[in-house]
Design a protein. Structure first.
Length: 162
């Protein structure tokens, strides 16, 4: 299943939903992660907060492909997208293992295929390098086989990037 996480407005909803199995709108209508780690231990892969992101760990955990559409924020995800990613820590467990010769948390849902980031907005070459590095590290940490970053000059290019 392909999951798209995005910070786009409602005018893009139809385009996003026809391109994936599940869409997660980073619309800010949810609470930020409280850091309680309950999604790791008390109720695995489920947040105690009863909002639109309560099941986001399970949705992301079942994805073969994650596509993140985000506005550039100094070479990083927009704050709304970052909040969604923070709430997805339950896709792993509190236990550790070696992956890629480095220590990482054990995956709750196993390996996945593609972690793709589609970036829009003004962006410098240094910020592009930061995005590529971040996507590569996120992919490794979350058990994705590969990562890809696409930079859009304009949102009219979005359809081809998805």
């Amino acid at each position: 299943m392909k999951v798209i996480i995005h910070d786009l407005g409602p005018e893009y909803e139809a385009l996003i939903e026809e391109r994936c199995g599940k869409a997660v709108a980073a619309d800010g209508k949810y609470a930020p992660c409280q850091g309680c780690f309950g999604c790791w231990t008390k109720h695995p892969a489920e947040c105690f907060m009863k909002d639109s992101l309560q099941q986001v760990c399970r949705v992301m955990g079942q994805a073969d492909e994650i596509v993140i559409v985000t506005r550039n924020l100094y070479g990083g995800y927009s704050s709304a997208v970052k909040n969604v990613l923070d709430r997805s820590i339950g896709t792993s467990t509190p236990f550790s293992t070696y992956r890629g010769g480095q220590m990482h948390h054990t995956l709750r849902y196993g390996k996945h295929d593609l972690w793709k980031v589609v970036v829009y907005g003004d962006i410098s070459d240094a910020e592009k390098d930061t995005f590529r590095y971040t996507a590569e590290r996120n992919a490794l940490n979350d058990g994705y086989e590969r990562s890809e970053v696409v930079f859009l000059n304009d949102l009219t290019e979005l359809e081809a990037a998805l």
